[in-house]
Design a protein. Sequence first.
Lengths: 99, 258
Amino acid sequence: MSWPLMIGLVAGCYGLKALGVSKLGGRVDRRLGPAVTLLPAALFAALIMIMTFEDAGTLTLDARAAGVAAGAVAVWRKAPLILVVAVAMAVTAAVRIVT
Amino acid sequence: MRARFGTISWLAGLIGRLGSSRGSRPYLRDCIIVSLAVAPTGVTFGVVADAAGFDLARIIVMSALVFTGASQFAAVGVINDGGSGGAAVGSALLLAARNALYGPVMRRALPPSTPARLGAAQFVIDETTAVSTAQTNRRDATGAFWFSGVLLWLVWNACSIAGALLGAVLGTPETWGLDAAFPAILVALLAPHVRTAAGRTAALAAAAVALGVVPVTGTGVPILVSVVALAPALWVRARREDSPATDGTPGEAPGRAL
């Protein structure tokens, strides 16, 4: 990621926090609160689908799906994040070796 | 994270008691628990950011200045998936938008002068809001905000740097399954957001639309898709609010997410 984009990311993330503590904060809260609260659920779900099933512009079912499914089970079992990552990577690598 | 809570809360209790002998600060224990709990997550961020091709300088800037975990993971994940820088920043900013909702809730804990409040804004995130709003009076809310904010910042940065260095030592070829690590991380980040009916609707709608539009579009699409998916989710939320005693819409009370 280029430095101009990094600076944009830093400025944007700080700007949103600053907007919240400013006088405008209360207004944002009332008008956009429900939508903003639901954004992470939608965005995470869309990103998960793209990262798991997309390959060069088409949908594919490959080793990633098995790894992510195993990771999801780890999440459901309340495993720490580092274990979720380890499980997902190990299962994906194992499926790649087998197939 | 939760698996380690036994040890962490014991440690925190010990440190908290030491602290409370010098005055009554009931929030110290909570602050320390929250800060220690993000340590493994910070290490994970460093490792995966390094594996996704981020250099140490960028990882340090991310953790020190962006300082909002979910956005950091999303940005790095989109880049690792071959997405554009614009898509990475756009996704991160949409996730960071919820930090703007915490300001009004945190008013009593923040300094009254505008310059000081703008400085404090950097620490207004999920965890500090959760710890601070749980306090019963203004003095404790302020103390909890600053103590958790600074401690979290230190732990988060130290751990992500440690993770980056660890990642450099390990080396992570693609064959290890790194491409599945990012969606798995996002599943963990998604979990606290699907506890409500509206959250589940948003997630399912976004997942369905994302899969549907993949053949016609490129990267950056999840951002647009997620906005479209808000429509049915907001409808579900509005319906739930009409009837009393439903899922208690968290909205203003952040969970233990990043």
